[in-house]
Ligand binder design. Sequence first.
Ligand SMILES: [Mn+2]
Length: 331
Amino acid sequence: MCVKSSNDAFRAVVESLVRSSNLLLVTHARADGDGLGVIAALERAAPAAGKKARVLVPDNVPQRYTFLFPETPPADAESFETLAGAADVILVADTCAFEQLDGIGDGLRKCREKTVVIDHHLTIDDVGAVQWSDTSAAATGVMALEILDALGWDITAEVAEPLFVAITSDTGWFRFANTDARTLRAAAKLLEAGARAGAIFTRLFQTDRPERLALLERVLRSLRLHHDGKLAMMKIRKLDFDETGARPDETENLINEAMRMEKVRAAVMLVENTGCVRVSLRSREGVDVAKIAQGFGGGGHARAAGCRVSDDIDTLAKRLVQAFQGALQKN
Ligand SMILES: [Mn+2]
């Protein structure tokens, strides 16, 4: 990464926000804690800086994160044109891939000149006229805090908490390999600003419904090992949702259960949807699942990636087991 151009991009994002008066804050479809935490934090910080802000997610906000938007739920893709027309700056957080912006990609292309992106993923499409991409950042939340610091916007406890959600989401509560000194410095600042770590942990991870645990039981029962125990494959079928009453957004983090096993180098979770199968991939050092995902039309990070494929779930599972053959041989 070229430090100078990254610095220039950082400055350009800050300057766009300084000049803005009416922000539209957007994150990717199938939104996660990082993207949602960032847009929630900016929405909360904007009024005190004299800016109007609206938030939009292309599809919907998973139940786990609705608490980040207590007053107005985020708008969806249908409102994009109206809200984008009213905004002077559109900020896209936690993605720079049109593939992740279901239903608003065409609209965004028309607004490229007023679109700014902050993101830490490998895929970099030409989404905005200004794009700060930093693949070394553990979370977009870390980058957003650096932006807020540079802007001098007030970081109250209400602003700090969603950013803490963002950072802890992408680092698995500081357990993943991406947790570095920069991450912990950001986290320390947020705690100093009044974020309550314990309360956030409880809010995020100790609010499961019994239906989700019933789904977990089925996911674990579906687990199969391949390639000498180095690859774990799990499947959730539509029937599993029907019979447990669990919702599709309650599959989040289930894949990590497979990474508990010492020998497992990579894990795959397949979730059957109408018309396609959603694939989540996780790995340890030395196995690049972003590359595997790219082979199936998806993308992501080296340690966490995904794709959606129109195929039968069992056929797709076999294709994925094959795809991992080479990657796991060296490990
Ligand atoms: Mn992220």
